[in-house]
Design a binder for this molecule. Structure first.
Ligand code: ADP
Length: 110
């Protein structure tokens, strides 16, 4: 991958996160994350502003959850953190990525 990868937890070589199946923490370009439900939800602008202030000061403390299907990234939650990054003009956002299938994706879109 062209992005810098760090596994969580680091240095684990056994168990569910050691074999490549567990979630991975990764900085992704904000514009590479598809948000299929974005137009159906409205964020609280006060929360977004508060997150912008906090993220500028201390950075994103909790990565957003992202689903990877066939090399494409989908976000369904973390909406306020995502918008705060967009508004701040930050190029990347820290993501907790798990893999899914097209079927997983369909479940999210139902
Ligand atoms: P979202 O739609 O992004 O989940 P919420 O307002 O529901 O927005 O939750 C904000 C989340 O952002 C909380 O889980 C909080 O722990 C997390 N977070 C991560 N980084 C920060 C930060 N720097 N300041 C405040 N909250 C943060």
């Amino acid at each position: 991958s062209e992005f810098c990868v760090s596994r969580s937890p680091p240095l684990s070589s056994s168990g569910s996160s050691g074999g490549g199946g567990g979630p991975v923490i990764l900085e992704l370009p904000v514009d590479k994350i598809r948000r299929p439900l974005m137009r159906t939800r409205t964020n609280d602008p006060v929360k977004v502003q508060e997150l912008m202030d906090s993220i500028s000061e201390i950075g994103l403390q909790v990565p957003i959850d992202v689903l990877e299907v066939d090399g494409d990234y989908y976000g369904f939650s973390g909406c306020h953190r995502y918008e705060a990054h967009q508004c701040l003009g930050l190029p990347t956002i820290r993501c907790k990525i798990r893999r899914g299938t097209k079927e997983t994706l369909r479940h999210h879109l139902r």
